[in-house]
Design a protein around this ligand. Structure first.
Ligand code: ADP
Ligand code: MG
Length: 240
């Protein structure tokens, strides 16, 4: 589904990604873990060309995408992204937030679009909040609307960048539950997370990054129980 070849990215003198090779199969759930500053967000942002790589290739379903406006738009309509800080439009209701992107890009009629958006809000357990503005929603509810909004483009892949890191502990579970359900339904997912329990339970594979490189990866349970590299051992020791 996704193939990243030799991806490199620098900000000024700082080389953040150093020739990363990474691929994700259709229906696979990959959790990306690693210390802060190791390049996880940059890698995720390069996958949908929110960042322009300095070198390397991004392929989706075998097609190579360049960081040109038309190709970026096409790629992003296939790849949904959920951020730590929701980024909902505050002046739009939950329903309007979910309807916005497909109404612009897919040019669907209003009625079927509304129906799709309501179906997605039901899927994340928020049908009754359709007409609420983000200011009236809890953090967990906002993040669930953000997930519904990303799904509204009917993406082939969903990318999550620490979707629960900004949430109060008591609402983390409701967001993880929506993600777990999405994984069960066969969505291809890449999830940057510190939720090791979620990774163990839901991920097919865990990828550990440090200093802009993939240091180690493996099947979730094996890797988390018995990391081989010293860096992963130290990292997991501090996370548990
Ligand atoms: P992670 O998500 O693993 O914490 P990031 O990908 O956010 O890591 O960042 C990796 C490094 O790149 C960090 O040192 C960060 O400060 C730097 N960085 C990220 N984005 C930018 C940017 N837009 N401009 C300059 N430096 C950046
Ligand atoms: Mg990050």
């Amino acid at each position: 589904m996704i193939e990243i070849r030799g991806l490199s990215k620098s900000f000024g003198d700082l080389q953040v990604l150093q020739g990363v090779d990474f691929s994700v199969a259709s229906g696979e759930v990959v959790c990306l873990i690693g210390p802060s500053g190791s390049g996880k967000s940059t890698l995720l942002r390069c996958i949908n060309l929110l960042e322009t790589p300095d070198g390397g290739e991004v392929l989706l379903r075998g097609k190579s995408y360049q960081a040109l406006p038309k190709e970026r738009r096409e790629l992003r309509s296939e790849v949904g992204m959920v951020f730590q800080h929701f980024n909902l439009f505050p002046h739009l209701t939950a329903l309007q937030n979910v309807m916005l992107a497909p109404s612009k890009v897919r040019k669907l009629e209003k009625a079927p679009l509304r129906e799709l958006a309501m179906k997605l809000l039901r899927q994340v357990g928020l049908a009754e909040k359709a007409d609420a503005f983000p200011g009236r929603l809890s953090g967990g509810q906002k993040q669930r609307v953000a997930i519904a909004r990303a799904l509204a483009m009917q993406p082939k892949v969903m990318l999550f960048d620490e979707p629960t890191s900004a949430l109060d502990p008591e609402v983390v579970g409701e967001v993880l539950a929506v993600m777990r359900q999405l994984a069960r339904e066969g969505m291809t997912m890449v999830v940057v997370t510190h939720e090791i329990g979620f990774a163990r339970e839901v991920a097919d594979r865990v990828v550990f990054m440090a200093d802009g490189k993939i240091v180690e990866q493996g099947p979730a349970r094996e890797f988390l129980a018995q990391p081989q590299s010293q860096r992963a051992k130290v990292f997991l020791g501090s996370e548990l």
